[in-house]
Design a protein around this ligand. Structure first.
Ligand code: 8YV
Length: 314
């Protein structure tokens, strides 16, 4: 009589074991025919455990008439159909806070790596270019330059804090000024923010309202010397505009952890040498992923014990 849950994507072994102990787990990602799997087990399902990038579609939610909770392994819940959940009083939880520092770390690491040309420098050593051709081409400085943070929530704040350590001139955009950001310059308009930035970090929670907020105008304001760093969601950026600008030199470079249609990213990215491409792993450390898995299970357990959810979003 363990509650039946639908597991949308895989988790590490350390999560699978306790999940199996507490629930009857139906693994969607293992099903050969997803539709017939859903129509067969859907009526049993009381909760969905999913991943940030996979979410839960309306079709999936509709296939589970007894669904009570969607527990997301990730802070972003944009891939969960929230209207479908609200209509039926289905609760939704995510995993904020536990991943903030790792995501900020990767964003800053990506800036350093791309600006200092570390991937090319590694090849320079390994392929013998250092010995054959001599000195590695000069790259651009990070410290002391101008940084913009688009979206000063938990992750944006931690990015800005880290950039302070590099003596950068920091500005941010958000819907309003933040009381905890008095040392940084508020620039309401994302285009104006991009204009005064050498490095623009996108750290916004994705929603319909933020879709393509980084469009052609923001990208061209960042300019041929500018770098875009995205550790949020691909939908925050107009990817066609980004690719055009990277190809024709209107944008200097981009460091990206997220892509439209990932993991099958647009092949135009692969032909570029002014990008750093990462496989959506900003929260991907053992420590953080363990904490995320625990929080997913704690929310499920609280729900089935009739206790308040730890981190509800709906
Ligand atoms: C993914 C993320 O959820 O937190 C988020 O919103 O995108 C990531 O942490 C992670 O890849 C696990 O699915």
């Amino acid at each position: 009589n363990k509650p039946h849950i639908l597991q949308v994507g895989p988790y590490p072994e350390w999560d699978e074991v306790p999940l199996n102990a507490a629930f009857t787990v139906h693994r969607y990602f293992n099903a050969a025919d997803k539709d017939s799997f859903l129509s067969r087990i859907g009526p049993e399902i009381r909760a969905i455990a999913t991943r940030g990038e996979l979410g839960a579609s309306r079709a999936m939610i509709d296939a589970c008439p007894g669904l009570e909770l969607v527990s997301v392994y990730g802070v972003g819940f944009d891939a969960v159909d929230l209207p479908a959940c609200r209509e039926r009083g289905i609760r939704v939880t995510n995993t904020p806070d536990v991943l903030t520092n790792d995501v900020a770390d990767l964003g800053v690491a990506m800036m350093l790596c791309l600006s200092r040309g570390m991937i090319g420098a590694e090849s320079w050593v390994r392929d013998g270019s250092w010995a054959k051709k001599g000195l590695y081409p000069l790259k651009r400085r990070v410290w002391g330059r101008r940084a913009g943070v688009l979206g000063l929530g938990r992750i944006g704040y931690e990015v800005a804090k880290r950039l302070q350590g590099f003596d950068m001139d920091i500005a941010y955009s958000d819907v309003e000024t933040k009381p905890y950001a008095s040392e940084w310059t508020f620039v309401a308009d994302p285009i104006a923010l991009a204009e005064r930035s050498d490095f623009l970090f996108v750290t916004l929670a994705a929603s319909a309202a933020t879709r393509h907020i980084v469009g052609r105008d923001v990208i061209s304001a960042l300019g041929s010397e500018g770098m875009l760093v995205n550790i949020s969601r691909a939908s925050n950026i107009d990817e066609e505009a980004l690719l055009d600008a990277l190809e024709n030199g209107n944008l200097g470079s981009a460091a990206l952890d997220v892509f439209e249609g990932e993991p099958a990213l647009n092949p135009r990215f692969l032909a570029l040498d002014n990008v750093l491409l990462q496989p959506h792993h900003a929260s991907g450390t053992v420590e953080t992923r363990k904490a995320m898995g625990q929080l997913v299970r704690d929310n499920l357990a609280a729900h089935f014990a009739g206790k308040p959810l730890l981190t509800p979003v709906v």
